[in-house]
Design a protein around this ligand. Sequence first.
Ligand code: C2E
Ligand code: MG
Ligand code: MG
Ligand code: MG
Length: 298
Amino acid sequence: HADTAMYAAKQNGRNGSYFFNEKLSAALLERLLIKNQLNNALPENQLVVYYQPKCCAHTQSILGLEALIRWQHPTDGLISPTRFIDQAEDSGLIIDIGLWVLAQACHQGYQWQQQGILKGNISVNISPLQLSQPTIVEDIALILQQSQFPAHMLELEITESLLITDIKAAKAVLFQLKQLKVRIALDDFGKGYSSLNYLTQFPLDTLKIDKAFIHSMLPIETSNIVLKNIIKLGNELQLDVIAEGVETHAQLVKLRHYQCKIVQGFLFGPALNALATQSLLKQSYIMNDKLELANPTG
Ligand code: C2E
Ligand code: MG
Ligand code: MG
Ligand code: MG
């Protein structure tokens, strides 16, 4: 397959297009391969849910977790969702995979809540295709019921691409989900065509600012005016504002200065498997307890 493309490129006689076609066919081949193998990932138990902490910008204690899928590939090792979520969306597999992630997160969340080590929410990314399924509200209600995880401890992370495609339908579903008492977060805010309208039109609880804003912060205050005012806007709308992709202490200091209350990023830790997350939660729980004992008023 790749050989034919290369042959065609050679016939073309230009070096540039030779390399272009070679690269293109390799990328295409990988996509096809992944799409094929992804069919077996769920039935063969190759998918895993990891959890990344969402932390208080001031005390750095864990306020909640984001569930992030990983694919334990039989030969390629642990694969990041950036390499397969698009294909899962294209093929429709994301519908089953997404429900599976939700169920995993809720069952796990229930256990951690029972153990007294999870205080905040667990957020789960929901793809546009998933949310457009006519049974999505029932499906989520059933998962909550079966897992016994309290609805207010589940947060659904949606992206604005979903809101754009069909505003009326999106609104209806989100309001139905709010009736279940689940929380709604707008993810990757500022990445696409973010309309400020979304912030008041939809029943949101949380605003997650895209990591691109955090990574492009500069020492000069005027370069950060947009970021600073998105945080301000979110705070005034009484949304939980989360900065994503916080990697350095300097970024944390600035974000605190801009009144950002919740932070997520490698500075506080990457996504970990359930077992490692459980130890982290236990540790953090003990630390918080000590903090409270040492400072009974705070
Ligand atoms: P997202 O929802 O924006 O998730 C945050 C991503 O940023 C995660 O990538 C996380 O590992 C990464 N991240 C966290 N801290 C840092 C940091 O300090 N620096 C940088 N550069 N990155 C950081 P991940 O796990 O590879 O997931 C990528 C995307 O795949 C997610 O972006 C989300 O859109 C999608 N995804 C992940 N799990 C699911 C899922 O279960 N369902 C659906 N539909 N999408 C998912
Ligand atoms: Mg997310
Ligand atoms: Mg997301
Ligand atoms: Mg995001």
